[in-house]
Design a protein around this ligand. Sequence first.
Ligand SMILES: Cc1cc2nc3c(=O)[nH]c(=O)nc-3n(C[C@H](O)[C@H](O)[C@H](O)COP(=O)(O)OP(=O)(O)OC[C@H]3O[C@@H](n4cnc5c(N)ncnc54)[C@H](O)[C@@H]3O)c2cc1C
Length: 386
Amino acid sequence: MQSCDVLIVGGGPAGSTCAWRLGQAGLAVIVLDKAVFPRHKVCAGWITPAVIEELDLDVEDYRRSRVFQPITSFRTGCLGGPQVVTTYDRAVSYGIRRCEFDDYLLRRSGAALELSQPLDTIERAGGRWVVNGRFQTSLVVGAGGHFCPVARLLGEEKNSTEIVLAAQEIEFEMDPQQQAQCRAVAETPEIYFCEDLEGYGWCIRKGNYLNIGLGRLDRRRISAHVADFCCFLQERGRIPQGLSEKFRGHAYLDYDHSSRRLLDDGMLLIGDAAGLAYPQSGEGIRPAIESGLMAAEVVVQCRGDYRRQRLEAYRELLHERFGRRGSDSSRRHWPLAGLKRRIGRCLLANRSFVRHIVLDRWFLHRHQTPWKPSSFDRFRASGPIR
Ligand SMILES: Cc1cc2nc3c(=O)[nH]c(=O)nc-3n(C[C@H](O)[C@H](O)[C@H](O)COP(=O)(O)OP(=O)(O)OC[C@H]3O[C@@H](n4cnc5c(N)ncnc54)[C@H](O)[C@@H]3O)c2cc1C
């Protein structure tokens, strides 16, 4: 039997970030993932400068052999409506490929990696967990994404009303003929809201890679919406004709509509497993990383005593950062979906609204400074860890 302080199920950005911080604090960590890395993850793959700071990412090292596409402007609009190009004087985002990004972070974490190892069994024995009959640990961190088996085990809070976001995506390297047919510009991702404002599609070029996708609040007819969106882009020459790749789908929860139980004795959830994606845009890499950092800080402070009441400090940190779940009734849907279509379409044609609200606030979260362990020191001084 192999023993560790913390076993993390899932080696995506949430799991690898948590493992990295715990390792730095001297804890023995095992990361279990059902996939072999590098693996594909359905995602548009854009991250903000805050993510780079939170991860202390060595950009020069990273970009040496991986795609790292600075983004300095956005083309936005409503499908069939006017388009607005918003330009910044510096990079406000970066396009990465998830297969490269996740692999890099996982290898960097320094944790013992158990790949191609799906979680099979978790049993309680002598106050510790026995996982897959092979690993013994005091704490299991569920970082297995939307379908995380640890989240299933923990179950849901009462009175749950979850809304599952549905999305489809493709990413491929364009051949020279496709590059010639593609008017999408690398530093300018394109975001187009659906006519009913219940979702949006995107097209992002990262060097010669092209990522196209669409996400919606409701799953019905998602493939038809994706097909319409591709026609829209092709008619305008934004993407090449005749895409041969098959779109892959995925589901996830935003923070306001998740009711997952976050923790219990010797167990807690981070990232998509906890349902943390931003309600405004559906982006989840930054919340995944921040929750991994927060969980690690709390775990270190618990000094081996992982009873529920000690781990509660993690929930408090999430509340402090993201607010209380479902507390803002105006966020019952993606922000534009609550508006009448005509008003929404007018707003999306307004340059100031697009820059300051849609991009700066909803997509880039520029108002929120990166989360750092020092934020936790401030929090701890007010005494939530008992
Ligand atoms: C179409 C789409 C586009 C998106 N675009 C963006 C974007 O551009 N920017 C952004 O910030 N966010 C985006 N998101 C959200 C983002 O992808 C997620 O929020 C993010 O990946 C969450 O990270 P995570 O580490 O929690 O989970 P994941 O990245 O899903 O990692 C979970 C890991 O757990 C492993 N696992 C699962 N089950 C098991 C098991 N039973 N046993 C062992 N291991 C298991 C998986 O193999 C995986 O490696 C997008 C999501 C979708 C669906």
